[in-house]
Write a protein that binds this ligand. Structure first.
Ligand SMILES: [Ca+2]
Length: 193
């Protein structure tokens, strides 16, 4: 999904929150979920939850970001995948956010349950606002850099964005910075500090 790609072994619960990817709001993302089978196959119900409001609870149905049922392939098939697209709602809070991926055999998983035949994996998605399409961002009139915990963050329209959202800058008395989205690098926006 986006820049996140993780293969995991069999485990009822895995905490991969150290792994993260940056997602823009109001943008279509493709997610692919793969089940491994020993030999026999079953329908596998996949649900992906994102804690949009940062309250530590995955609420149904608002925070169910993606849901799909994998039809069982022929016995002996080692792996099968489902994929689709999802979009973050405008109301999602920005910043690091927990994403929970649940998979359950023969039934729809809720966000909090111990699954006898299935898996739960947690990841982090860093939610940012949507910058729109390519080209020069005319709104970048007040761009500032701040070092927070040894990382560089960019403040644009009053909202902090992570270093990954920024491509390059020059020192001395003139900065050239650009903000890019997943598809296209923007033109540099010259700024005088
Ligand atoms: Ca929540």
């Amino acid at each position: 999904m986006n820049t996140l790609d993780n293969s995991s072994g069999k485990s009822p619960y895995s905490n991969f929150t150290a792994l993260s990817t940056t997602l823009q709001k109001d943008h279509d993302y493709t997610i692919t979920l793969t089940t491994g089978f020993s030999y026999f196959t079953w329908p596998e119900y996949w649900n992906v939850w994102i804690d949009y409001n940062h309250d530590g609870v995955f609420s149904e149905p608002d925070e169910l970001a993606f849901s799909k049922i994998l039809s069982p392939p022929a016995a002996g098939t080692p792996q099968a995948s489902v994929s689709g697209t999802f979009k973050l709602p405008p109301s999602a809070l920005t910043g690091p956010t927990r994403m929970r991926i649940t998979m359950k055999r023969n039934g729809d998983p809720t966000p909090c349950e111990t699954i006898a035949f299935g898996e739960i994996e947690d990841y982090t998605v860093n939610i940012v606002n949507n910058f729109g399409g390519g080209g020069t961002d005319d709104r970048a009139t007040s761009l500032s850099f701040e070092a927070v915990r040894e990382r560089t963050w960019v403040k644009l329209d009053g909202v902090f964005h992570s270093r990954e959202a920024v491509a390059g800058f020059l020192s001395k008395n003139r900065w050239t910075a650009s903000v890019r989205n997943a598809e296209s690098a923007r033109q540099p926006t010259p700024l005088t500090p």
